[in-house]
Design a protein around this ligand. Structure first.
Ligand SMILES: NC(=O)c1ccc[n+]([C@@H]2O[C@H](COP(=O)([O-])OP(=O)(O)OC[C@H]3O[C@@H](n4cnc5c(N)ncnc54)[C@H](O)[C@@H]3O)[C@@H](O)[C@H]2O)c1
Length: 344
């Protein structure tokens, strides 16, 4: 099997998760290029992979030149949120496929530009939502699709995490222009995505509220709640904050007609209306000792590499990731105008 040529732009915190996945998947891929505006970061990452080049050439022209020189089959974008769109457009201009970190972009309009550019260039384009690979999550999707769970009656998600001031002490986090928001777009976007994925339903209306209550060094929200009406009329209740004392396990619960399914990060509990109970541990374990970034990057990367070889669409489709982003932006808009916002 010929190895896929992989490039990475952005060698910060999440890049460590990719480094460990790349090592496990070394029979399938060659990391050929790492890029970061801080050259030492690109070099430090590359030095673990023999033959990998490192560069700080991050202007649009310079980056395109690198892509044309190293000809990767796939670019992983691990950058601040406002940079997902411009660097994806550079990659598509060079005919390079892209798998970007979440969120797809800050604004749905940018997601549309990226999707259109990928299509025009004949490139594959996918977005990371690794938590969809948690074992119990897939079981719920399979059960729902088989009809065993019946209709969705409601859902809730809660996220009480801790992000210290040091987390925001960088040039992009905590700012509207670069992070695009706070706890909703960065952390709780995974919960929103899981509710969409597990229910199979889209949101039609959002009544949201956001606040900056405790973390005074940031511009963006450190707390948010919302009542999100799904297309069948069921209501999804959402809460998230970044100022708890620790990273408490998230909780995502879907109430179906025939069972309630509760995900608490490392296991899924299904309580059937007829009294049966199922407890599904998440077999993926932890990543670099970090439970809260999700544990399934490697699964999504492997699925993406397989899709690329088979010339199939990368998981997850940009149109799908855009739907999750639309809910995020509807929460922000609703909070700003103090009114319900319709979607779609
Ligand atoms: N899927 C998950 O669970 C998860 C978890 C954490 C982060 N992320 C995502 O990963 C992305 C990166 O987050 P992070 O926490 O690693 O951020 P980070 O700040 O630690 O790293 C970003 C890196 O990008 C580099 N960079 C900035 N501007 C650049 C430019 N113009 N060209 C090249 N390099 C540039 C920085 O020097 C830094 O090394 C974000 O989209 C974030 O939401 C996803």
């Amino acid at each position: 099997m010929e190895k896929l040529r992989i490039a990475v732009i952005g060698c910060g915190r999440i890049a460590e998760v990719y480094a460990s996945a790349f090592r496990h998947l070394e029979n399938e891929i060659d990391l050929v290029l790492t890029v970061d505006k801080v050259k030492e970061r690109a070099e430090k990452f590359a030095e673990r992979f023999p033959g990998c080049a490192a560069s700080d050439s991050v202007s649009s022209a310079g980056f395109q030149e690198l892509l044309r020189q190293y000809k990767p089959d796939l670019l992983h974008i691990l950058l601040p949120h406002h940079l997902h769109c411009p660097y994806a457009l550079d990659a598509f201009a060079c005919g390079v496929n892209v798998l970007t970190e979440k969120p797809i972009a800050i604004f749905p309009e940018d997601a549309d530009r990226m999707t259109a550019a990928a299509k025009a260039a004949g490139c594959q384009f996918g977005v990371i939502f690794q938590n969809r690979y948690i074992d119990g999550v897939q079981r719920i999707v399979d059960l729902r699709e088989s009809g065993a769970l019946g209709t969705v009656r409601g859902a809730f998600s809660t996220l009480n995490w801790f992000r210290p001031a040091s987390y925001y002490a960088c040039d992009w986090k905590g700012k509207w222009a670069t992070e695009g928001g706070g706890v909703v777009i960065d952390q709780a976007i995974h919960s929103i995505d899981l509710v969409r994925y597990m229910t199979g339903l889209e949101a039609v209306q959002v009544q949201g509220h956001t606040a900056r209550r405790i973390l005074q060094s940031i511009e963006v929200e450190d707390e948010a709640d919302a009542a999100i009406t799904l297309e069948n009329g069921a209501v999804y209740s959402f809460f998230a904050c970044n100022y708890y004392t620790t990273n408490s396990p998230i909780r995502v619960e879907i109430s179906f007609e025939k069972a309630a399914a509760t995900l608490t990060m490392d296991h899924m509990e299904i309580r059937w209306a007829d009294g049966r109970m199922e407890d599904i541990p998440c077999s993926q374990g932890t990543e670099n000792g970090e439970r809260y970034w999700g544990v399934c990057h490697e699964h999504q990367l492997q699925a993406a590499y397989q899709a690329l070889r088979q010339k199939k669409a990368l998981p997850w489709a940009p149109e799908d990731a855009r739907k999750t982003l639309e809910i995020v932006q509807a929460i922000y808009l609703s909070a700003r105008i103090h009114s319900a916002v319709s979607i779609g």
